[in-house]
Design a protein around this ligand. Sequence first.
Ligand code: CP
Length: 534
Amino acid sequence: MKNTSVFTGRSLCVIEDFTKEERLYLFEQARILKRAMEEQDEATLSRFRIDDRDFGIYEVFLEDSTRTKESFRNAANFHHAKVSELNSDSSSFNKGESYADTFFTLSGYSNTIFIVRSRLEGVCRWLEESCSAYAARNRLWRKPAFINAGDGRHEHPTQELLDEFTFLEDNDYSHEELHLALVGDLFHGRTVHSKADGLTIFNRVKIDLIAPPELAMPELYVEKMVDNGFEVRTFASIDDYLDQEDVAKKWYFTRPQLERMGEQILKREAQLRHAITFRRDLLPNIAEGTKFYHPLPRHKQHPTIPTFLDSTPLNGWERQSINGMYVRIVLLAMIAGTIGSEFKSSVVPKSVQREEYIHEVDLAGRQPKEKVISEGVQPIHNGLVIDHILRGEDPTSIRDHMRLISSVLGLDEAKGGEWVSTGGKERECFKGIIFRPGNVELSRKHLKRLAAVAPGCTLNLIKDGAVAHKYRLSLPPRIYNFEDLGCTNEACISHPDQSEGVPALFLRRHDNHFVCAYCEKPHTFKEIWKSRNK
Ligand code: CP
């Protein structure tokens, strides 16, 4: 059995799956490997090679690729490892087979690392989860690992690794600061989306976003950058950018993916391309030492970095592309070989605390109140009262939301009603009340649903004119296990229209928004419930 390390068998679904410290370790190894390759230092190179005859990679590319696919193939060749490939055009995907069933099958044939490119967002996270369970129930001796080779508009973490490595190379390996201009189609480009978390390896980051509004960076990634402490500025075109003085010395261009946009946008195609394409007349405005990068491919008719720049010192993109193989050799050597066996993390893993969000109020010793609800509503003798719904919001939103809560809890057919009130001393503070007289049973699952759809509410279960049980419900840390919910991102593997059978899973963020565990789209709790399938 070979030495294992913290990296053994790990998946890389998003760039944050490897911590900053782990990525910096990977880059140090890539630097050593690259030098050894240039010097043909066989002793060092052999230290990197995976000594495992059973090791292989499995490439499953459901979208086109040259660099990612071929650099992984050549990285595997370096390790003398077998490379398998699923021909998706002639596979049983075409017979309607799901991702999970396809990868269960492949996992059973080989203990391997899967390199997956798909238009479906979050696919690797789902496969990591579902194939681990498959490996356990079938007693596979090693669970498969998944490397995301680009999923829709979401992330491209191995491109991010090679980009970061190239920026470090051009920063004398200092990760103190980075000033980077991102130019082009920032809306669709997954390589620039990975930068929101990826560039956290640098202590100080200034990002200039250069794109016309139609191609602007989605707000979610801008927010992530700001949350990560980056200084972020926006410009509508390269000309606008060069009209001011604080110009970055590193520019990262991306390919406009106008084919993904509607006809209205295509009418403005020439204008949009002009805004993000570098021109010869701009050269005098570029400071010495500036480098341009591009994840490639560039379009042969409309390159945003024109080919006349290939032989200039601005050219950083060719070395960037070459670095892709070094970085991927090291990544494979960490996941399946011995590179990293001496790595010790200084990060103390956070202990997972169970968070209680359904609090039963101890009623012992409390004097029963005469009335449970007021303002013209008769107190009920038996039944339930949900109080303090959306406290502080406007009456219309509260009424709409109460209808939703009633439906979510399956209370539509029962007697009773909904009421908007201004309770207690705060006369201007509205809140909603739902009451249902009679024998209404609520299970633990109902309480979880109520907490997720009406956080901050109080549930009173009334028996013989007195409150028998009282619960205060707060926002849960996760929303999951509800069959009627799905992610609202149509490109997400857990969106119901994808029919992949992936149960929705939302994780609460620091700002009380819920991100989809697969595609990371943020939602408010209201957004999650409004899109439910009834
Ligand atoms: N940069 C990149 O992902 O290139 P390919 O699409 O050719 O893999």
